[in-house]
Design a protein around this ligand. Structure first.
Ligand code: TRP
Length: 386
């Protein structure tokens, strides 16, 4: 609901504001949402079951919270199938670095568990919430689909949906009062918004994809998403037993801070807070140099004496997302905190890491054709037999 806590932080699918430059207090959020913190034992179990090292986003606490992932792993251990579901509301032509995170993580999950994945593109959502025509929302969905395909998903394992029957079933289970309570809708919101949560819920249930699951309605679902999407899935988990479906499990990520600091997240509609996947190497350098909030001291002498504060330093925070080399990251943390490393040098590290991530993405995206988008968008059988 659109109220701030006593501590002044606000996290909804539409708005994220933290109480301090340290960013959102995620432990508080876990308490408020009633989800479960990811413990080391869960990370170790995933590494053991998959036989692959745990992803750095998990090891570093960026994927920090979950619901019922233990049940998914129990089932997986017994050889029972599950599928992955995630999504994207195409709000702008260019996706930014923050949008990359859930997809990078989802790609890892698809690779290590070798399971079907559905990706929902909610152009309908953006049409209902933004000042945008239906045609434009569709076009952006197709442009964003190219970025998503460029993240390297396997076409044999990745589909998008036909699921109106499931939407109807969910719509019949949820009252206007409930969505008002969960999402803060009011009587002036259009009816499209009121019913949208059912659309985001529907892909959580395997019966939405007869072409993949042969009509089975009991295949478990795991949803990697940023924590702000949790309200949709609390609602989904609430209706699941009433419809006779398994509750979807969740893996939540933190937000990528805005360049200006962790008071809020990177936002596509505010250009100066974001590094876009379309930015040039020069844009990236300029934005980081100009905007990235620094935890350094105001003079070199003072910095050398007191050291920098990695807890609020945006460049350091971004490195935890994008620099995979643990040793290098640990050294940067040590040197910056001690004052041996200056803000300029830290920014330089980040610039080269981000330039590389973005350039590689741009290369892969160039290879994505309209025809590939069509193919990924067509409901079809995947390589999994059910
Ligand atoms: N609402 C999400 C957005 O605005 C898009 C979305 C749809 C989604 N289904 C999802 C995100 C499932 C995560 C998981 O971007």
């Amino acid at each position: 609901m659109a109220t701030t806590d006593q501590d002044d932080q606000l996290v909804t699918p539409w708005e994220v504001t933290a109480a301090s430059q340290k960013g959102v207090d995620y432990d508080k959020l876990i308490k408020k949402f009633g989800s479960t913190k990811i413990e080391d034992s869960l990370i170790e179990r995933i590494a053991r079951l998959t036989g692959k090292p745990a992803h750095h986003l998990m090891r570093r606490g960026i994927i920090f919270s979950h619901r019922d992932v233990g049940l998914i792993l129990d089932a997986y251990e017994k050889g029972k199938p599950f599928f992955l579901y995630t999504g994207r509301g195409p709000s702008s032509e260019a996706m930014h670095l923050g949008h990359l995170i859930p997809f990078v993580f989802t790609k890892y999950l698809q690779d290590v568990f070798d399971v079907p994945l559905v990706i929902q593109m909610t152009d309908d959502e953006k049409f209902l919430w933004k000042d945008m025509s239906v045609e434009e929302a569709r076009r952006l969905a197709s442009e964003n689909a190219k970025d998503i395909i460029a993240f390297g998903f396997d076409k044999e394992k990745t589909s998008s949906p036909d699921f109106y029957k499931t939407i109807l079933r969910v719509e019949k289970c949820v009252t206007v009062n409930q969505v008002k309570g969960i999402f803060g809708f009011n009587d002036s919101d259009c009816i499209g918004k009121i019913s949208f949560p059912a659309i985001q819920a529907a892909p959580s249930f395997s019966c939405s994809f007869p072409q993949i699951f042969g009509g089975k309605k009991d295949i478990a679902c795991l949803i990697p998403c940023a924590i702000d999407q949790d309200p949709y899935f609390r609602m989904t988990r609430d209706v699941a037993p009433r419809l006779g479906y398994p509750k979807p499990a969740l893996l939540h990520s933190t937000f990528l801070p805005a360049l200006q600091g962790a008071m809020t997240k990177m936002s596509a509609s505010e250009a100066s807070t974001s590094i876009y996947l379309t930015d040039s190497a020069d844009d990236i350098r300029d934005k980081i140099n100009k905007y990235a909030y620094s935890g350094g001291q105001s003079t070199v002498e003072e910095h050398r004496r007191v050291g920098g504060n990695v807890d609020v330093d945006v460049s350091y925070q971004y490195l935890t997302f994008f620099l995979e080399d643990d040793e290098k990251l640990a050294k940067i943390e040590k040197d910056y905190s001690s004052g041996a490393m200056l803000t300029g040098d830290l920014k330089k590290e980040l610039i080269s890491v981000v330039q590389q991530v973005v350039a590689e993405h741009q290369q892969r995206r160039q290879q994505v054709t309209e025809q590939m988008v069509q193919e990924f968008m067509t409901p079809r059988k995947l390589k999994y037999s059910s």
